[in-house]
Design a protein around this ligand. Sequence first.
Ligand code: ATP
Ligand code: MG
Length: 564
Amino acid sequence: MRLSTYFLPTLKENPADAAMASHRLMVRAGLIRPLAAGIYSWLPMGWRVMKKVMEIIREEMDAIGAQEFQLPALNPIEIWEETGRVEAFGDTLFHVKNRPLVLAPTHEEIFTTIARDNIKSYRDLPQIWYQIQTKFRNEPRPRSGVIRGRQFFMKDSYSFDTGFEGLDKSYGLHREAYKNIYSRSGLNFFIVGASSGAMGGTGSQEFMVESQDGEDTCALCDECGYAANLEVASSRLKPVGRLGISNPVEEIHTPNIKTIDQLAEFLKISTERLAKSLVYKADNSAVLVLMSGNDQLNEAKLTAALGKTATAMQPADLAAFTGANAGSIGPVGLKNFSIIADKRLEDANELISGANKDDFHIAHIDFNRDVKIDGYYDLRTIEAGESCPNCGHGLRIVNGIEIGHIFKLGTKYSVSLRANFLDEAGAEKPIVMGSYGIGVERIIACHIEQNHDDNGIKWDKSIAPFDVHLASVNMDNKDVVAAAENIYSELEEAGMEVLYDDRQGVSPGFKFKDADLLGMPVQVIVGERNLKQGNIELKIRKTGERKIFPMGQLLTELKTLLKN
Ligand code: ATP
Ligand code: MG
């Protein structure tokens, strides 16, 4: 490709709104241009990278026997109503104004419908179906460039099996395919146990790239390899437990006390025995959540425990439900609430909690005696340094960007959409499903996050837009131009992808800067001085290493370099 005619608008300055290096560099190197918040155009150079990543994905999906589809992004809203996901997605779902249609944020519904209408018997199973297609999500805070877009490409696949054993196998195949895809895309990644969210399911894992800008937080054990999203991570923190005394409950006056620490100070006890009350609303019913002391509630864990999304109750609502304010809510004598508690409080006594009237608390609460707890769940957010649940070693906490998610759905969609099959005995059963997603843009952005310096991108060959950046330093010198033209055709004939900077009137310094910004793995520099001695210069972008050698060795040298 000749740079003189290629549409490649590079920028010297960073875009004002870009906090992440990948975002800045993708705009500056002319890969993308913003159109509106969370919406990007892919320019020719960026699209070359995108197609390479998609090709890697296709090869690895085809290798596990997956079959490629292309489904519509425009979906009738009724199908989404059948599974309850118009409500579940809420404001994230884009609705079409003049027809009962939505823009698909994912495709479980549509693939399941195809399975329902076309799969009849166990003989038609298993199947793995995939597509690489545009998804639409009205993300509330689109940020970090293409990492969180309102329109983005997802590779989504779905497995259909006769039972859970088959599902395990399809899931395992995906896990391996994903590892290959990310490795081939040149990413350092790790895999964590993940939340299955409100829709349950029988297990899920996320593929993560460590990044301080990541919106996910994960706990890692360097000793045994335990890795989990904080949405599911647990630790060996000891339970609050019982004290060997048994006093009757007693109301105590606690004027002007608002926080757990103030209360512990006032009562001269450890914060642990203070059962903190948090009030949530799920499907219009009220839920009281009890946590020990300063333990932080994890809302994802709460959602998983309840099987539905819960939101913190607003003060006005709260007063209406209980007649007290947040400082004084408590489980004793509370009506119209379901009450759940964190596992650490299971079986505990001698607890203190709100009295459901302002400025009072109740002491000596025994959860086995004084309160009806509807369930104990692991609800707390673990903290760095707590002990690994498997081996007891201290846990490390890191931020990550989710680049993929594999998910054992089970029968949630086949049941709600009636996608059944007849088993060998002729009995009708729901198909057992899995769903698996990869954010294609995130692969590219994370690759750049992990491979760049102050001057620009450092592509791996596997997804680089071109293999070689050929720069002719002096376009006024006939010999230099002739040599560069020669090299250009020679390399192209040898099957290399070459970006040839043949621009007139651009200074050598500017050409070198652009070559570093664009980041092709190898730069070939044709200059007057080397040429006179029959030599040619190479620069390896990743290491900065330069080599000068006789022109005749160029092809061999490049072939070796690009193989590694
Ligand atoms: P997140 O938690 O980051 O919002 P998600 O859990 O909603 O992601 P999934 O529904 O599991 O994402 O989608 C599968 C994959 O699609 C994700 O692993 C991620 O790589 C990618 N993805 C999700 N949302 C976006 C987005 N707004 N922009 C770009 N890629 C996305
Ligand atoms: Mg996810």
